[in-house]
Design a protein around this ligand. Sequence first.
Ligand SMILES: [Ca+2]
Length: 335
Amino acid sequence: MKMKLLLCGAVVFAYSACSMQSTDTVKSSDRGGAKIIFDTDMGPDYDDIGAISVLHALADSGECEILATVASDGHPSIAPTIEVFNRYFGRDSIPVGEAVQGAPDFTAENGWNDTLINTFAPDVRTKDYPDAVTVYRRVLASQPDNSVTIVTVGFLSNISALLDSQPDEYSELNGVDLIKAKVNQLVAMAGAFPEGREFNVIKHASASVNAIAKWPQPILFSGFEIGVQILTGGKVAEQGGDNPVSTGYAYNLRTYTKDGETNRNSWDQTAVLCAARNPEDYFYVNGPGKFIVHEDGSNAWDPTTDAGHYFISHKYPYNYVSDTIEDLMLKAASR
Ligand SMILES: [Ca+2]
């Protein structure tokens, strides 16, 4: 069952990095370790396993700091699955948030979330988690100005609710002003370029429309057409071991699809990679332009309007990026 939807058309423009304007907030090479809030649906598809593993591997090498991890899917297994990974990587203290009310609420039919929870940390299932907006507001308020990168690899449900949030005990700023003060960019696995229909955007289309309309800082998009070409996970599954990374990939490669996959597409890992490292080391960065979301969740790209939006397109043979991501996943599975 392919959970991500197809892109229509092809990427037709790819400007060189030196032709761009105002991209300081998109480039991460001089940030010396991005401070990241990771917002994931952690299912139904399992590239989120790869993404949270890459995130922790990059934290291990000092390339990022993980400030918080929140669920954008309301299914009761999602926040606990996130905690399974934080605990495996020795970062139990990272805040975990559950999805806001109204977020999509479903996960994979093969039950991989429950399999990992039952195997590695059954006690997390009964924990109470604060909602994602509370986590966002508390964490953002405590950070230096213009210092936080948010990475979404699922629905924009929490981002939409955060933007609409009001002053509270953590900050006297409303959501838009809090983001404007504390966040330097959003990196989103979302959309298809130059147009199409993509799972993360259409599954909570109203949230996507609201989030994109109100977001006050730059956004870097990794679209469907990027991760679909980057295949990883086979080596991680083969490596084995008593860890949720290898176990998750081995279980899903056996049971998620019926067509005998030996690797999985790597949509979500690309967003993490581009948040922690310079995206131009792996991709062309196109823009600025404007990401247009229609009410039905379909999207298009307008290169004639500067809304502070950028998207990546392929620069290297696909294996170059696959090898980079798989190496990080293997490191994560070897701790
Ligand atoms: Ca995802």
